[in-house]
Ligand binder design. Structure first.
Ligand code: SF4
Ligand code: ZN
Ligand code: ZN
Length: 314
């Protein structure tokens, strides 16, 4: 079968949401164009510095590859955090990514929880369990990761922090937060970011309109292959998120393009809520670490976790 786009090469990919059969080259071009369109909407082309938060996985590769196709690579700088989890060593992935980033002329800053927080994730979990706390590793990990990424963005004077979240990640998170009724968190998923504190570097997700299967295939076509290592802290119990993921896949299967439609509708609603959120006063700052915290809080969640684990004096 011939590619629906170039009408020359053999088609290799069926894109159910567009109904097109594409050759490898046209498929990769389509992904780059969609990432560019989303990035121009946000204004990434006008930024003087963008910090790419990379994990070493396939989405990190797709993020760097697509952005560097239309943004000067000296405006891009990558940042990676090692959590310090025994049995979850992504050393090979990071080495491969570092080599690739360097071929694009992008520097990689390597950080860790040990350096940035003072403790590895395993140490934080050990202390919190000894104190009888029932807090998941992902709560520690997500909170400190956000904080370190934001700090790194400020340190390099980035206008934006770009993450590699794809369409599947994005719609799952939107539905989970809708179910939980968490409007402030929900607004973070808007296409155009809202700055609730002058200490926050705006976070953007240039891959948010690209399906996960597309990022996997793009990375594979780009020659970026490795064994994904699974974090030992990943819950084996069904979570709200995993149930939402299954439901969304069933929906997408029955109605290709459903995830893109949900995101489009969400962006329209978010635009209206944004106007109200922008009127809100600046987020308060934590009296211990000085970083922004939620409305009504004196101490941020991260410092609170360290205090209750016995790793920080109140
Ligand atoms: Fe961190 Fe592992 Fe949880 Fe991912 S699964 S957020 S790496 S603890
Ligand atoms: Zn083609
Ligand atoms: Zn704090």
């Amino acid at each position: 079968m011939i590619c629906d786009n170039c009408k020359v090469r053999e088609a290799e990919v069926y894109q159910a949401h567009s109904g097109k059969r594409l050759c490898r080259k046209c498929f990769m071009k389509d992904i780059r164009e969609r990432v560019k369109k989303e990035s121009l909407k946000i204004g990434l082309d006008k930024a003087s510095k963008i910090l790419l938060a990379v994990s070493g996985g396939k989405d990190s590769y797709v993020l760097a590859d697509t952005l560097s196709s239309f943004i000067d690579s000296n405006k891009l700088i990558a940042y990676n955090i090692t959590e310090g989890i025994q049995g979850y060593n992504r050393y090979e992935q990071i080495v491969q990514l570092k080599r690739y980033l360097s071929s694009l002329g992008i520097e990689l800053i390597e950080d860790s929880f040990k350096q940035g927080v003072g403790h590895t994730l395993d140490e934080m979990m050990k202390y919190s369990r000894n104190k009888g706390l029932n807090v998941s590793a992902c709560t520690f990990c997500g909170g400190f990761r956000r904080k370190l990424i934001n700090n790194a963005g400020r340190t390099v004077s980035a206008d934006y922090v770009a993450t590699g979240h794809n369409l599947d990640d994005e719609v799952q998170a939107i539905i989970v937060n809708l179910i939980r009724g968490d409007i402030i968190r929900l607004i973070r998923f808007a296409d155009k970011p809202i700055k609730l504190s002058s200490k926050f570097v705006l976070r953007v997700k240039p891959l948010r309109r690209v399906y996960e299967w597309e990022t996997t295939l793009y990375a594979y076509y780009g020659g970026y292959q490795f064994q994904e290592v699974e974090c030992p802290y990943i819950s084996t119990k069904p979570t709200l998120r995993s149930k939402v993921r299954e439901l969304l896949y069933t929906l997408e299967d029955k109605k290709p393009g459903a995830l893109l439609s949900i995101l489009d509708e969400f962006d329209k609603i978010a635009e209206k809520v944004r106007k109200q959120s922008e009127l809100k006063e600046e987020l308060p700052t934590c009296k211990i670490c000085g970083e922004p915290t939620s409305y009504g809080r004196e101490i941020c969640k991260n410092c609170e976790l360290l205090i209750s684990s016995g790793l920080l004096d109140p």
